[in-house]
Design a protein. Sequence first.
Length: 385
Amino acid sequence: MFADLKIDEIAPNPDQPRKFFDEEKHQELKGSIEENGLLQPVVVRPVEGAETPYMLIAGERRWRACKAIGKTVIQANILKDTDDETAYVLGIAENVGRENMTIMEEAGAYADLAAAGWGPLRIAKRFGKTETHIKWRLGLLTLRQEVSEMVDKGQIKPNLAWHIAQLNPGNQMVAATRYVRGDFDSEAEAQHFANGLKMMENQASLTGEQAPDAETQETRKAQKAKAKDGLGKAEEVLLPLLEELAAKKPEDLAVVLGDDLSRHVKVVGKLYSQVQLVRNLLSKAQGIQRAMEADFNRKALEVQKEAEEAKGEAVVETRTEEKPATSQKKTGAKPAAKKATPGTAPKPTAKARPAARTTTARKAPAQKNTEAKPVAKTSEAAAEK
């Protein structure tokens, strides 16, 4: 049923799957409605017992734009007997696939349906998607917040984002940051790097692996030499030949090669296929190598950090042990100081001690003079006798 409703009688859906509204698109929509009017009514459902009698199912951007330009009435399609789940599904159907719904919002919407018991196949059929598409979108929900924002901003494409989502949070930041700052020549290289990091997570630590035996080392050396020799020949022989052929004109090659032209086309086609295969293989190997380097560097930093922490703890323990010894020395020196001045009254401060020594030194001559007088009297008495 269609009707004209007051804008204030309609409330937005708090469970709206789309959370981000582009301001530039909002301004464009306002201008379009002012110029041409509202071409598509909003979809609402009645809500009993609520402050506003109707809730939006679809068309929140249109509702926002009409409200912003001062409209008080809006045309609406009223759907009665619509439960929460049906309203939510209709809201997703309104937004899925539109430019203004972000990838992470789409993934979150599918996740809500999955939580309500919807399987990926059912979701796919309902929204005209493949089951793989739904699974890959759901796989993005393990991305950490910073990487999710990069995906929403378009800095990371959905395919690469899925591969990054398979990593632990720390490696997610490593792969995402390196891709955004331009460390890779292509998205495929970044994907191979992410797959390499995943491989490193699944296997044993590099530092925990046993060193290969002598036979394995010799085998690896032989394989390395053979690969380098083969690639070297391709660079020295095949590349100049192809460059020479590429410089020729088609009509000249048609005359020169004659009846063998068809065979050479097939050979070059096979060669092209193998080159593509080898290039993809080498790109994967490069991704694994970069992942191994990143993993090794991270582990080296962890070992260095542990060593620094252990060194710091050792210094703290040494200082703690030295403090009691120092206090014992100071405590032992005090009794010796008391024995050096027996019978003297305790002094209030250390500054008074030099004055005490000066006083004692001045009294010493007076004691000697006093002791000399009795001796003189004794001598006179003996002379009189």
